[in-house]
Design a protein around this ligand. Structure first.
Ligand SMILES: Nc1nc2c(c(=O)[nH]1)N[C@H]1C(S)=C(S)[C@@H](COP(=O)(O)OP(=O)(O)OC[C@H]3O[C@@H](n4cnc5c(N)ncnc54)[C@H](O)[C@@H]3O)O[C@H]1N2
Ligand code: MOO
Ligand SMILES: [Mg+2]
Length: 399
């Protein structure tokens, strides 16, 4: 069986995600909406700022009335949040940053360019051009402007923008309900003693934490023993689930039941990718529920979650640009031809160059904690010091 190209696999995943019914919508207060997906464009309802205001602490003037060295009496003091009187002719107004410009004034001089005299006047050291230090009405937005398009994720910046538009609530997609199951007789949850042959379950934590960051609702299905009937029963018992993500049991071993049950009793979309780590990644369905079967090795699970499951999930959530950002970096190591699988290598960036971090075996998670991201070595390619390769930062993959 030949291995499926990673780009083809991703394309199939995204097409499948797009073909699923879109998630319902709900209104949430801003503080509850972090990382949710905006369901409708957010429009400005009023001009921002609503009135011209000063961008400096200083003096508001009619620019035509100011000559270099001239002193003007101060006729009023305007603080932010206060409403000014019109500016009396031949005077200036003390004004502070963010305060509304008085009617008649068209410029502000910062106080550093003025001198306060004892007689209640202020001397201007230079002429003041019109519009200087004035933030005009509507500088940021006019009524009806689309400020945030539908399909973006709401982070602190977008939520602050919504707040500045006066929105107390935003219309977002409901959470995607993702069930997580860890397969393997050897697995024990941390906190329990280990019997001979057992290891602690780390994929559950990696997956649930990553899913929470994506604002998914996680249904923890616990540890599934390596047993065909139990596998069928657990999968058949899934309720109110939009997606199942499993780890382990998708390779060719005799106890790899998760994959077997999907292939034989569910529907299989694809299995086995030209990807290292992550070869046995499985996409299928069981009783109508899409299943992403991640390989059990901790770094295989991590890499396939970040590169394949994450864009699929974001697409299901209604995100219009689900792919992480990457950039190209020079490498400071050499590798022989990787083989037919595209390889993702845990690297740190040292002085802007990618440095390979120790043993890249997919059973090792430790060096991923020291890595800044994944370096992509294309299929059938070697690399030499100085070569430029794509780098996928964890900061972008894990947000
Ligand atoms: N004959 C072949 N053997 C294997 C192949 C192959 O092509 N032919 N592929 C290898 C590759 S590549 C991978 S990746 C693994 C994937 O195997 P499974 O998805 O079936 O995973 P398991 O066999 O259940 O476990 C693999 C490994 O990972 C550990 N594991 C599993 N779950 C967890 C967890 N939740 N937390 C921490 N560690 C976990 C498990 O103990 C195993 O060591 O198959 C290769 N074999
Ligand atoms: O694909 Mo496996 O993840 O190489 O170890
Ligand atoms: Mg296995």
């Amino acid at each position: 069986m030949s291995l499926l190209n990673v780009d083809t696999a991703l394309q199939i995943l995204l097409e499948q995600a797009q073909s699923c019914a879109s998630l319902g919508i709900e209104e949430l207060p801003l503080d509850a909406a972090e990382n949710r997906v905006l369901a409708e464009p957010l429009l400005a309802q009023f001009a921002m700022p609503p009135w011209p205001n000063s961008s400096m602490d200083g003096y508001a003037v009619r620019s035509t009335e100011v000559q270099a060295g001239q002193a003007l009496p101060v006729s009023q003091k305007i603080f932010a949040g206060h409403s000014p009187e019109p500016l009396a002719e031949g005077t200036c107004a003390r004004i502070f940053t963010g305060a509304p410009m008085p009617e008649g004034a068209d410029a502000v001089e910062m106080q550093e360019n003025t001198e306060e005299l004892n007689d209640g006047t202020v001397r201007f050291m230079q002429t003041v051009p019109t519009a200087k230090f004035v933030r005009p009405k509507g500088q940021e937005a006019m009524p009806g402007d689309v400020i945030l398009p539908a399909g973006i994720r709401l982070g602190p910046i977008e939520l602050a923008m919504a707040a500045s538009l006066g929105c107390a609530q935003v219309t977002v997609r409901r959470q995607l309900r993702v069930a997580v199951v860890s397969t393997g007789d050897e697995l024990v949850e941390p906190g329990q003693p280990l019997a001979p042959g057992q290891i602690y379950n780390s994929n559950r934590t990696m997956l649930t934490q990553s899913l929470h960051r994506l604002s998914c609702a996680v249904i923890d299905m616990g540890i599934l023993p390596d047993n065909a009937q139990l596998t069928r029963d657990r999968l058949a018992a899934m309720k109110d689930v939009d997606l199942l993500i499993s780890s382990g049991g998708v390779s060719v071993g005799e106890a790899d039941y998760l994959g077997q049950v999907i292939r034989e009793e569910g529907e299989l979309d694809f299995w086995k990718l030209a990807l290292k780590p992550g070869k046995p990644f499985t996409l299928g369905r069981y009783q109508g529920v899409p299943v992403l079967g991640l390989p059990g090795n901790p770094t295989s699970s991590l890499v396939t979650f970040l590169l394949l499951a994450r864009p699929y999930i974001l697409t299901r959530m209604g995100v219009t640009e689900p792919m992480a950002q990457h950039f190209v970096v020079p490498v400071n190591f050499a590798m022989p031809v990787a083989g037919v699988r595209r390889e993702f290598i845990r690297v740190a960036l040292v002085d802007g160059r990618a440095e390979k971090l120790g043993n890249q075996c997919s059973g090792i998670l430790r060096n991923a904690t020291q890595a800044h991201g994944l370096l992509e070595l294309p299929e059938n390619t070697s690399c030499a010091v100085g070569d430029q390769l794509r780098f996928w930062p964890f900061s972008s993959l894990l947000n």
